[in-house]
Design a protein around this ligand. Structure first.
Ligand code: FAD
Ligand code: DHB
Length: 389
């Protein structure tokens, strides 16, 4: 069983890379630890940058997104009894697109099915060998049988807990990390969204976010303690807490209903340098994590896929390895800016357990700047809609 590019991980990064390469005539095999249903059942990101929308189109997967996605030209930020809107479209000429990660993943699976390209679900014991030489192999178990895949290159798209990053010897990589002292409790409910755009709230009791997937499906988050569990929050507790944190007009308009999904995500900033080792290239959460504030995780993964697909296509089309050699450098230059934005936006909007009165005043002063300064809004908007590739 041989291929040109072995892709570890069938999440959005692995699937998008697979699709872009497949369309360029490059053979790929995707190895995914979970089942397809499991991957599609994970409720995660919901806001796509134009860059990712463009890549989906390039991958031949743009039609449903175009038809069913919702372009948002701005968002509201509320704090200390006031709220203001940032008009992304007026400031940058670009909107963002609301379309769930589950739908992105579904469209990519469907495209891979149509192309008849191989994807192995439920694989175990993945081991990458020889990535620092000329002939890498990936071994794994499938249905109790040990198999080995020979390939030219390995794309490590297996998320934060995958094997790819750990294949790079510790002496050859450096990891940078910040763990935040709180989490996000997220609820998905079949209710009409409280507002036609997103609301980000910095409230005395902590952060809250009102988001959505479509006209009948809302996604809400509240900052919670790290030792909370989804079961420790009843639906009623959740709605009560959300109402306390969002502007009063929104709290009044909020339609509540049963939670169809409830989960807690910890917040982390993380970067692994470099993002490549020999013939192994890391993409997405395998190489970096951002706290969710600002919806950058999925979009950052897509940017890596842009750089890596471009480099692999140049290698196979013209034998030119220049972009492959530069992949880590090119990807990291953008990753660090995305890390900065997500760190800054998280710091601006959350209550920190050890926050001093001075630090709270600094948050308020910065929010005042963002409310009143076009320059401050322009910088925020430029990052929110997505930095260029
Ligand atoms: P993943 O989506 O993690 O995909 C990696 C895939 O690799 C998985 O399918 C996994 O099963 C598979 N895998 C792992 N190990 C192996 C192995 N050894 N062998 C084979 N396969 C393996 N981002 C936002 O922008 N907004 C959000 O609201 C948001 N919410 C999130 C909530 C949670 C709970 C999490 C974990 C992330 C969230 N993110 C959010 C981040 C965003 O979802 C990720 O950045 C995005 O999924 C990254 O895609 P990826 O393909 O790099 O990694
Ligand atoms: C969503 C998540 C985010 O982190 C964010 O900043 C905006 C929207 C969401 O899941 O809809």
């Amino acid at each position: 069983m041989d291929t040109q590019v072995a892709i570890i991980g069938g999440g959005p990064a692995g699937l998008l890379l697979g699709q872009l390469l497949q369309r360029a005539g490059i053979g790929t095999v995707i190895l995914e630890r979970q089942s397809r249903e499991h991957v599609l059942g994970r409720i995660r990101a919901g806001v796509l940058e134009q860059g990712l929308v463009g890549l989906m189109r390039q991958a031949g997967c743009g039609a449903r997104l175009q038809a069913e996605g919702f372009a948002h030209s701005g968002a509201t930020i509320s704090y200390a009894e006031q709220s203001f809107r940032i008009d992304f479209e007026a400031l940058t000429g670009k909107p963002v697109m609301v379309y769930g990660q589950t739908e992105v993943t579904r469209d990519l699976y469907d495209a891979r099915d149509r192309a008849g390209a191989p994807i192995h679900f439920g694989v175990g014991d993945v081991v990458i060998d020889g990535a620092d030489g000329d002939a890498p192999t990936v071994s794994f178990t499938e249905d109790g049988t040990q198999r080995t895949l020979r390939c030219d290159y390995v794309a490590g798209c297996d998320g934060f807990h995958g094997v790819s990053r750990r294949t790079i010897p510790e002496t050859q990589r450096r990891e940078y990390e910040k763990v935040y002292p709180f989490g996000w409790l997220g609820v998905l409910s079949r209710t009409r969204p409280v507002h036609h755009e997103l609301i980000y709230a910095n409230a005395p009791r902590g952060f809250a976010l009102c988001s959505m997937r479509n006209e009948g499906l809302s996604r809400y988050y509240v900052q919670c303690r790290l030792d909370d569990t989804p079961d420790s929050w009843s639906d009623a507790d959740f709605w009560e807490e959300l109402k306390r944190r969002i502007p009063p007009e929104a709290a009044e308009a909020l339609v509540t209903g049963p939670a169809i999904e409830k989960s807690i995500a910890p917040l982390r900033s993380f970067v692994c340098e470099p993002m490549s080792w020999g013939r192994l290239f890391l993409c997405g959460d395998a190489a970096h994590i951002v706290p969710p504030t600002g919806a950058k995780g999925l979009n950052a993964a897509a940017a890596d896929v842009h750089y890596l697909s471009r480099a692999l296509i140049a290698r196979y089309a013209r034998g030119d390895e220049t972009l492959l050699r530069r992949y880590s450098e090119d990807a990291l230059a953008r990753v660090w800016k995305t890390e900065r934005f997500s760190w800054w936006f998280s710091g601006l909007l959350h209550r920190f357990p050890d926050q001093s009165g001075f630090e709270y005043k600094m948050q308020l002063a910065e929010l005042d700047m963002l409310r009143t300064s076009r320059a401050a809004q322009a910088l925020m908007a430029e990052n929110y809609v997505g930095l260029p590739y």
